[in-house]
Design a protein around this ligand. Structure first.
Ligand SMILES: [Zn+2]
Length: 425
């Protein structure tokens, strides 16, 4: 195995000479080169983790059915999407954003309809990564949110290698990130010079917390809307979340490894839409099945990537447990009430989506004392408030409310709960 020094040295040359869809490893190497101490710590941590991962990959239930298997709990990651736009088309629709969350949930649970068939030679290595994603419903101050924050900018394009991090700060025309220990921050903006996206790695969280997160070009985020083929199926973020959880590209060039033992040896990254087998018996020690070009961490077009390996999912959980432990219990996708309170505080909203009116029903066993109700828009602005006046139901006219998503919040000053609603005329 060659070490990361070589891997990243090659990466930095490659970035300047070839088409670069993703700038994550290039930017990572720049950071490490600027800090030799960090580089040494990083190299030692990789060596330790690689030994541990090799053992766990041997527990793949498909390739080693008799091994003892550890079952990971599915981890739900709250996502906040920072839309930073200069033109109306860059201010992507909520539908495009929700499509992106759907794609993540399919790809990270092996529910993507294009996953490899059982008959494919690489099928035994495919795995459910056991991560799920939701738009945050609670902001860092405990207030309801729909997980989408929009702001305009005068910056005419963000270049990953020049001014890309400007999008991560309000003072430089972007938006500050939310506490990255508890949220996956994703910025959607006009990313220029051919890069589709880039991510910070898991082990950078405590080094540069204010930079933590992922940047994706607005044309490559989600599906539909203003997305552009062949990167219009939401796989740019699937790939970048892999980096954010600690994965490398299967190889950049010259057979470098990715510290995952069940991704087959590969000569270099793959583009377009190759056919199987790709580079059989390659110079890096590959067999007749060749390279796993359909891996989400390779560079093929969106319609042609569909796979995480078992070893990659093991690495993601190890990296996340080590460097991002708090995200597993962040619990930012549920009501602002505590989990126990949420069980007791039931209220219903009907119809949802709604057009002319909604009916709020508190139920017969509601625990509120003289509750008030508020409806706020995506920017947290209050557009309606009322009290229940000793009743347990309330009808609210919504005919004059614009299409979009809103949050209904009910509180009596002690208990609070909320739900998203959708207005569609
Ligand atoms: Zn990448």
């Amino acid at each position: 195995m060659k070490n990361l020094f070589l891997l990243f040295f090659v990466s930095i040359v490659w970035y300047s000479n070839a088409q670069h869809k993703c700038a994550s490893q290039y930017l990572y190497e720049k950071k490490l080169q600027a800090n030799p101490t960090a580089k040494e710590i990083h190299r030692n941590a990789e060596a330790l983790m690689s030994n541990m991962l090799l053992h766990q990959v041997n527990e793949n239930p498909k390739t080693n059915p008799t091994a003892a298997h550890k079952t990971n709990a599915v981890i739900t990651i709250p996502v906040v999407v920072h839309v930073v736009y200069r033109t109306p088309s860059q201010n992507i629709s909520e539908a495009q954003i929700r499509e992106q969350i759907r794609v993540l949930n399919e790809d990270y649970r092996l529910k993507n309809p294009d996953s490899l068939p059982v008959s494919h030679p690489f099928w035994p290595y495919t795995a459910d990564a056991q991560y799920e994603f939701c738009l945050a419903t609670t902001d860092p101050n405990g207030n309801p949110t729909n997980g989408i924050i929009r702001s305009s900018t005068t910056t005419n394009g963000f270049d990953a290698d020049v001014n890309g991090d400007d999008v991560k700060f309000t003072i430089t025309g972007g938006q500050d990130n939310w506490d990255p220990h508890y949220y996956l921050n994703v910025w959607v903006c006009d990313l220029i010079n051919g890069v589709l996206g880039y991510a910070t790695f898991a082990d950078q969280l405590d080094v540069d917390p204010q930079l933590d997160g992922i940047v994706v070009g607005y044309k490559y985020f989600g599906t539909g809307g203003v997305t552009v083929s062949p990167n219009n199926l939401g796989r740019t973020l699937t790939h970048e979340v892999g980096h954010w959880l600690g994965l490398y590209h299967p190889c950049e060039t010259n057979c470098e490894n990715d510290f995952v033992s069940d991704t087959p040896p590969c000569e270099q990254l793959n583009y377009g839409c190759p056919s199987f087998p790709r580079r059989p018996n390659n110079a890096c020690g590959g067999d007749a099945n060749g390279e796993m070009y359909m891996d989400f961490m390779d560079y093929v077009d969106d319609p042609c990537m569909n796979t995480f390996t078992y070893g990659q999912t093991v690495r993601m959980h190890n990296q996340q447990n080590t460097y991002r432990p708090d995200i597993a219990t962040a619990n930012k996708c549920v009501s602002t009430a505590s989990i126990n309170d949420e069980v007791k505080i039931k209220f219903s909203v009907y119809p949802n989506p709604s057009s002319d009116f909604i009916e709020i029903y508190l139920g017969n066993e509601q625990l509120f004392t003289n509750p008030t109700i508020e409806i706020s828009d995506a920017l947290g602005r209050k557009i309606y408030s009322s009290t229940f006046n000793n009743t347990n139901s309330l009808q609210i006219e919504t005919a004059t409310i614009a299409n979009g998503s809103y949050i209904v919040s009910i509180t009596d000053g002690t208990l609070q709960t909320s739900k998203p609603i959708y207005i569609l005329h």
